[in-house]
Design a protein around this ligand. Sequence first.
Ligand code: OAD
Ligand code: ZN
Length: 292
Amino acid sequence: RMGKSSAIKKVAEHLKNHPEAKVIFMVGAGISTSCGIPDFRSPKTGLYHNLAKLNLPFAEAVFDVDYFDKNPQPFYTLARELYPGNFKPSKFHYLMKLFENNKRLQRIYTQNIDTLEHQALISGSYVIEAHGSFSKNHCIKCSKEYPLEKFKSKLKIDETHSEDSGSTDFDYARCDDCGGLVKPAIVFFGEGLPSRFFDTWEEDQEWFLKEKEKNHLVLIAGTSLTVYPFASLPEEVPPEVRRALINQELVGDFKAFPREEDIIIHGDVDDAAQKLAAELGWLTDLELLAAG
Ligand code: OAD
Ligand code: ZN
C-alpha cells in the first residue's frame, strides 16, 4: 500500500504526464467539515449522532417527507443550523476552483446542500447539486413555490446565531394556497434526484469514452458513499479511467471492488488539497483564494 504523500504525488504526476486530462470530482460532507458544518455519519461529530436532542424515531427521519409532514420541527431546526450564508469554503473547495481556473475541471458532482462550491465562485455549469439545495422552496402538498425571503423570515434564519442554534423560537412556513408545509428543494429520502444529475452523468460517461486518450481522472473526496444513487457513480466510472479517493476512511467501491490503478489518499481533505496544490505549482494561488 502507498503512503499518503506518494499517493498525492501520483495524482499530480498523472495530471502532469497527461496535460489534456481533466478531473471529475465527486464529493460529500467531508469537504465542508473544516468550515464548521458537521458531516452526517462520523462517529460522535456527525449530525446523525447528534440528532438525539430532536427526539427523532430514527436519525434519517429528519430527511423523510412523511415524517416532515407530521413533525417539521426537527428538519426546520436543522435547516436553521445549516442554512447557507454563515460558512466560508474550505481549502478543498478552492482547490476545485483552481482546477477550473487552470482549465482542468470537467465536473463536480456534490451531495452537499451548503452551496459552498458556489461561494468558492466555481461556475454553475460545472456543478451538479445531486441532493438539491436551499435555493428554492415548495409546498409539499401542491408544489407551489414559496418565496425564499419569506421562508427565511418565517424561520428567523437571519436571526440565527450559533448560541441559539437548536432554539425553537420560529414559525413554520406554510403554503398561502393550501396550508401545506414548505420544504426547501433538498432531496429527501424517497425523492428523486434532479434530472440534471442523470443527464449530465450520461454525457460525462460518453465523454470519457470519446476522449480515452486524454486520460481523464476521477477524484472522490469526503463521502462515505452510502447514499444511492450517488454512491454508484464510482463503480460506473469506465474501467480504463483512473480513480482517486481522498478520505479519512476507505469507502464504497474502493473497498468492495478496488481497481489496480486506484489511488488512495488516507487523511484530511484540506491537507491533501494543500499538498496537491504544491505539487501542481498552485500553492500561492490556493493561499490567495483561501485568504479571500
Ligand atoms: P457522510 O457523513 O456519510 O460521510 C462523510 C465522509 O467524509 C466520511 O467517510 C468521513 O470519514 C469523511 N470525512 C469527514 N471529514 C473529513 C475530512 N476533513 N477529511 C477527509 N475525510 C473526511 O456524508 P456524505 O457521504 O456526504 O443527504 O453523506 C451522503 C448523504 O447522506 C448526504 O448528502 C445527506 C445524508 O443523508 C442529504 O442531505 C439529502
Ligand atoms: Zn400548497
